[in-house]
Design a protein around this ligand. Structure first.
Ligand SMILES: C[S@@+](CC[C@H](N)C(=O)[O-])C[C@H]1O[C@@H](n2cnc3c(N)ncnc32)[C@H](O)[C@@H]1O
Length: 541
């Protein structure tokens, strides 16, 4: 597979090998890219609605798919009926690369295989035909003994999956030793990354020796972005020539104990990055000072405390020994118990229970909006609202995320997650604003929030950042660029509005800029004012 090569792999001070730049990079530069990872398999839930070669996803839920024009239809491979493709071209490329080796076996399976088993089979097949690219996978850290020592349900299910993969290989006449299937499974578990859409919705998993040589930091200098099967590591900040490229394996905006717990249990290391060195004292872990009625506000959590301490997840939430710290720990535990795993494509909690959890946490008065998992809960709540067609509530949640939370959680304006949120809010504003006579629109208007202007302001923001976040030629970049062009071209919304007002094209930028400047403080005031937002929300619900 071709790649942009401005990096080299060599021993890392963090342990094992790492990836280092061979030239200095600016923020937003592509540090490293791949046309397609060596192994990429879809989650079982995505097999029926996603092209197995280019990963066009045809069943996008509300927020995640917002605005990405995926009109593709996918059809089963007529041979195995276990994978789908969006075109003859994708089918034929997949056939040449991998599918000719697996179609017959897949056809004989009653159920689609879990993607981890599928990935291990692809790995073993690649090795069995002597493909050199696969042999470098075996040089990766496997943490085999660590997995076995940790034992439990995970180890049992890893062994079961390895055995299943081995039986499929044996049925094809390839004799694979049990230990090598187990090793392949371990390599996969600690070296694979999530395959996601350009808007970060989970689709499956990928494994490629080049990606697997990226080490972790909770304060990363790069982030991985997908564009269909293409993958790029983009610089979040300037990176000097010779510096190590570091991505985050986990949600690096989570509190210290949660991050350390996840890294230790899945990757078997203690992170010692600059952020982790601050421990619970890092800004993102801070709480607000309790108010005088805090005792009363925290009552519900106090009642939960004695039940939590025996839970296996409790240790990663412990913030200290004092009564106050124990209460905050219980509150954090409670908040995380409402959060779906980042791998869940759709929220399993309904909007009402997520809303209740958010309200309880906020009501304590000590939880900053930007402290995890509150931002993640807002995001899941927005998605749950969209799934339930509760657009107004979704709008308020997304507005909070974009205006109040993201600038703190993702300080870089071009951070791809922040840009995707801005785009989702833009498309929501456009959809809701398409009926200006609705009660919700009128209520917003009375607060000075004009949705068509907000759409434009957000669109400008996304277009300004997209070259650095995703690349303007990517599917996402083309979608947002196309939306702006449609507004500006003769007959477009902006063109029509300004023509009516007799404004010439040369005057557009200044007028739009002035209007956005005028709008933004009102948007912020609306987002910040819980009472107004809640009243409108309740009234219209
Ligand atoms: C995906 S691999 C990264 C490449 C790995 N260093 C190698 O040589 O193959 C993940 C493993 O690298 C190690 N690792 C990654 N980031 C680390 C860090 N910040 N500190 C210590 N070890 C790290 C851990 O052993 C982890 O399980």
């Amino acid at each position: 597979m071709s790649s942009t090569n401005t990096v080299e792999v060599k021993p890392s001070p963090l342990g094992g090998k790492g990836t280092f730049t061979t030239r200095a990079c600016e923020a937003g530069d592509v540090v490293f890219s791949l046309d397609r990872p060596l192994i990429a398999t879809l989650d079982r839930a995505r097999i029926a609605d996603t092209c197995s070669w280019c990963f066009s996803w045809t069943d996008l839920p509300g927020l995640s798919g917002a605005g990405i024009n995926q009109t593709a239809k996918v059809n089963w491979c007529s041979g195995c009926k276990k994978v789908k493709y969006c075109s003859k071209r994708c089918q034929s490329q997949s056939w040449k690369a991998i599918h000719k080796r697996e179609c017959k076996e897949l056809a004989s399976q009653a159920e689609p295989l879990p993607n981890t088993v599928f990935a291990v089979i692809q790995m073993m097949e690649g090795l069995s035909v002597g493909d050199q690219r696969y042999s470098s996978i075996l040089e990766l850290d496997a943490h085999r003994d660590d997995f076995e020592k940790a034992g439990g349900q995970r180890w049992d299910s890893m062994q079961l999956m390895a055995t299943t993969a081995m039986s499929v290989m044996r049925a094809k006449g390839v004799n694979v030793a049990g230990e090598s299937a187990t090793m392949s499974m371990c390599v996969l578990m600690c070296n694979s990354s999530r395959l996601v859409t350009p808007t970060f919705d989970p689709l499956g998993l990928v494994l490629d020796p080049a990606i697997a040589r990226l080490n972790h930091s909770c304060d990363p200098n790069a982030v991985m972005v997908f564009d269909g099967p293409r993958l790029a590591a983009r610089a979040l900040a300037p990176i000097r020539e010779g510096d190590e490229v570091l991505i985050s394996y986990i949600d690096n905006t989570a509190p210290y104990g949660v991050r350390q717990g996840e890294l230790q249990s899945q990757y078997f290391f203690d992170c010692k990055c600059t952020k982790c060195q601050l421990g619970n004292k890092a800004a993102q872990d801070a709480f607000l000072d309790p108010t005088s009625d805090f005792e009363e506000r925290i009552k519900l959590i106090d009642d939960l405390l004695p039940k939590l301490v025996d839970d296996p997840a409790w240790p990663r939430h412990v913030l200290g020994e004092s009564k106050h710290e124990q209460r905050l720990s219980a509150l954090q535990f409670y908040a995380y118990s409402y959060l779906d795993s980042p791998d869940a494509a759709r929220p399993t909690r309904d909007a009402a229970s997520l809303r209740k959890a958010i309200a309880i946490i906020r009501n304590t008065g000590v939880w900053p909006l930007s402290r995890q998992p509150l931002p993640a809960l807002y995001r899941q709540y927005a998605i749950a609202c969209l799934e339930g067609k509760r657009y107004n509530e979704a709008f308020i949640a997304m507005l909070r995320l974009h205006a109040l939370i993201d600038p703190v959680v993702y300080p870089q304006a071009h951070h791809p997650v922040r840009v995707v949120h801005a785009w989702s809010l833009a498309t929501l504003s456009k959809a809701i604003g398409s009926d200006p006579t609705s009660e919700f629109c009128r209520a917003l208007q009375s607060q000075g929030v004009d949705l068509s202007m907000l759409f434009l302001a957000l669109l400008f923001e996304v277009v300004e950042q997209v070259e650095k976040s995703h690349g303007s030629k990517s599917l996402f970049g083309q979608t947002v660029g196309g939306a702006l062009q449609a507004m500006m071209e003769p007959g477009g919304e902006l063109d029509s509005q300004f023509s009516l007002m007799g404004v010439s094209r040369e005057q557009w930028p200044k007028i739009v800029e002035d209007r956005i400047k005028e709008l933004w403080p009102k948007v912020l005031a609306f987002a910040e004012n819980d009472d107004i937002a809640a009243q409108i929300d309740e009234a219209v619900a």
